[in-house]
Write a protein that binds this ligand. Sequence first.
Ligand SMILES: *[C@@H]1O[C@H](CO)[C@@H](O)[C@H](O)[C@H]1NC(C)=O
Ligand SMILES: *[C@@H]1O[C@H](CO)[C@@H](O)[C@H](O)[C@H]1NC(C)=O
Ligand SMILES: *[C@@H]1O[C@H](CO)[C@@H](O)[C@H](O)[C@H]1NC(C)=O
Ligand SMILES: *[C@@H]1O[C@H](CO)[C@@H](O)[C@H](O)[C@H]1NC(C)=O
Ligand SMILES: *[C@@H]1O[C@H](CO)[C@@H](O)[C@H](O)[C@H]1NC(C)=O
Length: 284
Amino acid sequence: SDLWIPNSNCSTCIKECGNAVFQAAKSKSFKANGTSFSITYGVGKVSGVTASETVSIGQISIKDQGFGLVSQTDTCSSFDGVLGLAYPRASVTGARPPFYPMIDQKLVDSSIFSFHLKSGDGGSLILGGSNSSLYHGSLTHVNVTQQKMWQFTMDYIGFPSKKCRRCNSCKAIMDSGTSLIVGPTEDITQLNTKIRATYNATNGIWQVPCGRISYLPVLELGIAGKKFQVRPQEYVIAYEGDVCITGFMDLAGLNFWIIGDVFFREHYVSFDVEQNRIGIAKAK
Ligand SMILES: *[C@@H]1O[C@H](CO)[C@@H](O)[C@H](O)[C@H]1NC(C)=O
Ligand SMILES: *[C@@H]1O[C@H](CO)[C@@H](O)[C@H](O)[C@H]1NC(C)=O
Ligand SMILES: *[C@@H]1O[C@H](CO)[C@@H](O)[C@H](O)[C@H]1NC(C)=O
Ligand SMILES: *[C@@H]1O[C@H](CO)[C@@H](O)[C@H](O)[C@H]1NC(C)=O
Ligand SMILES: *[C@@H]1O[C@H](CO)[C@@H](O)[C@H](O)[C@H]1NC(C)=O
């Protein structure tokens, strides 16, 4: 739920990662706050101080948006910062996530934002609505069960053709900020062994020969009484040479599922912050 960008004094960001940085001295609308914060993600950690500034995205400009100014990172990334889209309760900096002031200040037409991340076309994020030309049929809605992350009840996940079915009305979060599908260790091991993926302890990934992709089964997620399928072409990812990795990863101690971009590649997903529900349809 946090927005952060690298500060001009972040030496790791500049020297090692080559990120674009924020120069407070060049801005008249910048306001320092100075409360320190630190965020630990699945991969990497950032720390710095909070501040506020005019934040513009597309044609939308938000005045006095709180954000994090990062002066230390422990990993490099090709992106400069992060724009959080979960609920205010999950914010570490204490600032309201930008989509909320956008609604309050009537800068968007609706309380919905949506993602079209179908592989191939670069994808899009719509702030203030959804676009029915980007998906087939109508959206299936599922209510948010805890207003912190985009949490919902998943009916099941598995490979019906292999009689493999994990999760029985379990906790899951829909997360555009996670690349893979992440779940409890035992379930992830089951999914991976069902498709005869092998665990490589050197780098902690599940490998499959890329040549086997077209023989692998379709993954199915049950949500709100409907079936959503992900083809192996989307859940298997090219790694190096003819080694491919599966999109199923575990996180020690995790007792819920994180449905990441592996799912978004085949499904249009909308998030409604007023009606507290997620909409899903097969992406075009
Ligand atoms: C960077 O600048 C911020 C804000 O002025 C300050 O709080 C922080 O200590 C500085 N960090 C480093 C590594 O110089
Ligand atoms: C800094 O931000 C925090 C969290 O938003 C807020 O509680 C605090 O009052 C702010 N401090 C100043 C000096 O603006
Ligand atoms: C919806 O998406 C279609 C297909 O990409 C595009 O042509 C159209 O302009 C979009 N509509 C809006 C209102 O942006
Ligand atoms: C979802 O939430 C709405 C509003 O709280 C409620 O009317 C509806 O019955 C809920 N749907 C399900 C399937 O629980
Ligand atoms: C495991 O991964 C490492 C690093 O990518 C690679 O060098 C090695 O060949 C892999 N092992 C197997 C059995 O494929």
